[in-house]
Design a protein around this ligand. Structure first.
Ligand SMILES: CC(C)(COP(=O)(O)OP(=O)(O)OC[C@H]1O[C@@H](n2cnc3c(N)ncnc32)[C@H](O)[C@@H]1OP(=O)(O)O)[C@@H](O)C(=O)NCCC(=O)NCCS
Length: 377
């Protein structure tokens, strides 16, 4: 940490906003969304239900949920202008960059783009949650030279994404696994991407600008990019053949092991508990079972050598691997879940706003003598 008495390296431990969306107890490894334990929600609810809880404060009754799911399903199609933007991108564009670009473009054609009223923010939130999966699936198909598949309003949020990506109606197990991962990714306090969204919203800028910033922050390997990097690491370890030796050598070189460590949790990330279980349940073919076993060895080696538990991204990597997703869609899938949290935070910020503007501790020189250009050597 480069901190001194007046700065906190990486703002660790600094409380920078109030939020009623979620609470994390990093010491005991607990997480609540709107007061509900994450374990209960991950086991007993579906993504739109938890999203409703986050945005409206209470769980929906059946009629409210049906109406909300209908709203989401009606907004899945992309405006033609945005599909054209996707078609114009080079096929080797990193999908997170394509998503960032498309969300920015969605803001250009959104009818409510310049209003920060709660109603407008909610309407934009519904569109973003519904359209971001379409962006990711469409861009992936376009880069493979295939035609995008139109969303099916009769499918659930998660089933529809799998359908738009693969062209087949997915089974129950795959749909439930994706849906649970989206619930687990939905919200997590003032992480870097959410903070980025709140900073943008605090200038009274608009929802799409804030979400574009959030996607940019999530892309980094120390944040959402870790799920893809964790899988790349596991594949490298598999080729190497000796997981313990690989981890020891990486630690000796001072490398960070992707999918381990957390700024807030001092014990197991409660989201990792579900993803580990799902990873095991989905290991029904030899390749997936091998990767799951390898991941268990990496986990026990990290606990033994460094006492550092895994975070949400580690077993999410093996779950997404079992579901057959291309590696570079892992982080966009994180964004497809987290956008619900970002929208919730932007609404909180807009409803009770004060510009977020910290200070920097100046550590440079002062009162330097100006030398005219012609006299400078
Ligand atoms: C998440 C993360 C950025 C948190 O960082 P942080 O709060 O700034 O913690 P630090 O990087 O200062 O780490 C504290 C100590 O633990 C070690 N550590 C933390 N995560 C580690 C990891 N993944 N692998 C190896 N060592 C790790 C650090 O080397 C440091 O050790 P030191 O005190 O001997 O120097 C960090 O754990 C990390 O880079 N993890 C890998 C990326 C990842 O999985 N990100 C997703 C987060 S959900």
């Amino acid at each position: 940490m480069s901190g001194n008495n007046r700065t906190s390296g990486g703002l660790a431990g600094v409380v920078a906003a109030e939020s009623a969306l979620s609470k994390i107890d990093g010491e005991s490894g607990k997480l609540w969304y709107r007061g509900y334990d994450i374990h209960t929600l991950a086991k007993g609810a579906a993504f739109p239900e938890v999203l409703y809880l986050l945005w409206y404060g209470d769980l929906p009754n059946r009629a409210e949920l049906i109406a909300f799911e209908g709203l989401l399903a009606a907004e899945r199609e992309l405006p033609s202008e945005v599909m054209e933007v996707l078609r114009g991108l080079p096929s080797d564009t990193v999908p997170m960059s394509a998503l960032r670009t498309a969300v920015s473009a969605l803001g250009c054609v959104d009818p409510d783009s310049e209003s920060n009223d709660r109603g407008a923010d909610l309407a934009k939130g519904v569109r973003l949650v519904s359209q971001m999966p379409t962006v990711v699936a469409a861009f992936h198909r376009l880069r493979e030279g295939k035609a995008p598949i139109s969303p099916d309003p009769d499918l659930s949020h998660s089933a529809n994404f799998l359908y738009m990506l693969n062209g087949d109606r997915p089974g129950e197990t795959a749909t439930r696994a994706l849906d649970t991962s989206l619930i687990l990714y939905l919200e997590h306090g003032l992480n870097a991407s959410t903070f980025a969204c709140r900073i943008v919203a605090s200038t009274l800028s608009d929802m799409h600008s804030a979400i574009t910033a959030g996607i940019g922050a999530l892309k980094g390997p120390l944040h959402g990019g870790a799920n893809q990097r964790a899988m790349e690491m596991l594949l490298e370890i598999e080729e190497h053949g000796d997981a313990e030796a690989w981890v020891d050598a990486a630690l000796a070189e001072g490398k960070k092991i992707m999918g381990f460590g957390h700024r807030v949790y001092r014990t197991e990330d409660p989201r990792a508990t579900h993803l580990r279980r799902m990873s095991e349940e989905l290991s029904d073919d030899a390749g997936a079972a091998r990767l799951h076993a390898l991941a268990r060895t990496v986990e026990s080696t990290m606990l033994d050598r460094k006492s550092i538990p895994c975070n949400v991204d580690f077993y999410c990597a093996t779950v997404y691997g079992s579901l057959g997703f291309p590696l570079d869609l892992y982080t966009p899938l994180f964004a497809i879940g987290r956008v619900g949290g970002w929208v919730g935070h932007v609404m909180e910020q807009h409803e009770n706003n004060r510009l977020i503007r910290p200070r920097a501790e100046y550590v440079g020189e002062l009162d330097r003598r100006f030398v005219r250009l012609e006299e400078r050597r």
